[in-house]
Design a protein around this ligand. Sequence first.
Ligand SMILES: Nc1c(N[C@@H]2O[C@H](COP(=O)(O)O)[C@@H](O)[C@H]2O)[nH]c(=O)[nH]c1=O
Ligand SMILES: [Zn+2]
Length: 391
Amino acid sequence: MDNLPMVEPDAFIAESEFQDDSHPKQTLLSDFDHAMMRRCIELARRALGRTSPNPMVGAVIVKDGEIIGEGFHPRAGEPHAEVFALKAAGENARGATIYVSLEPCNHYGRTPPCSEALVAAGIAKVVVGMVDPNPLVAGGGIARLRAAGIEVLVGVEEQACKKLNEGFIHRILHHRPFGILKYAMTLDGKIATTTGHSAWVTNKDARGEVHQLRAACDAVIVGGNTIRLDNPYLTSHREGAHNPLRVVMSRSLDLPQNARIWQTAEAPTLVFTEKGANPDFQELLRNLGVEVVELTPLTPDQVMAYLYKRGFCSVLWECGGVLAASAIAQKAVQKVFAFIAPKIVGGVHAPTPVGDLGLTSMTEALSLERVEIRVVGSDCLVEGYLPSHQL
Ligand SMILES: Nc1c(N[C@@H]2O[C@H](COP(=O)(O)O)[C@@H](O)[C@H]2O)[nH]c(=O)[nH]c1=O
Ligand SMILES: [Zn+2]
């Protein structure tokens, strides 16, 4: 994300590195411009969890202070946000301004270039949330629009636009899905009792947040232990919400036949194991409609590489501490969501959210960046990014 061209966060003034001498370097932005870009983000989010490997994008066309067309990108292979907005505006688009949360594309992919569609429709001004990091676009869309004499402003609500698509951006820049580690722990830092019981650490509101998080991700990953001990469904539980692919990593494949995850069909399930592990159980899973993939050695990075090839942008790690530590060590985690419940469970050997990272001094601790702390019902949610040198 840091490799992207930046403008000041929440800048009152939009400024673009693509400006040339024929265009003013800086332009004052109004509250209306910000409101329209926020509307783009709201529209884009209607396709939450459904656009990978593409980004979520929203577009609004405005003429004489009125919205005359809106659109969002519903899924990869379907038209881009701008095309839907142009269709809604019709002939009225001539001379209008379009707000779009991502730079219009300038390439022939699964769909033709939006830059050409905007030029052909006679759009007079384009306000862009963020530059597209995709090397096929990367400023080319903006350059094409300017070459056609269209006024282009870049970097409105840029931080919010980047956050909306942090998965897509990470995927494009690092050739891996964006990894989010989520865990729920007690105030004394335990994710389960000494006996392994881990259900109901947090309250109902926190569980709602987790379901929302799942709806935004392409996959949710757990290890075999979570299946054995927690027996989770791993679905987003919301009417109409996207369900991520449920992924289990298990070397031994020594898993219960009647686990809920393979007995429920609302979301697809993929089990990664190592070559030759428990062939009878592999067969049983396949008969239950579960996909089984052998990856040897079975590591978080191998899994992320596989999910990248499958077109995924973001993956939620909902695993125990041992797998979480290994995912962090292999740079498969970029962001952490930690729910902290005001409860004390005690126990010297009760499991904690992150296993051994091999650190010996507190100065080596991974200090999260861009930390946000929220109260969710009676729990606390700490959200932050692993240090950027990690990424
Ligand atoms: N979805 C989207 C954009 N997506 C851009 O286009 C690429 C995908 O192209 P394609 O295969 O043709 O769908 C994607 O990687 C991203 O760079 N661009 C936009 O102007 N508006 C949109 O709504
Ligand atoms: Zn496009």
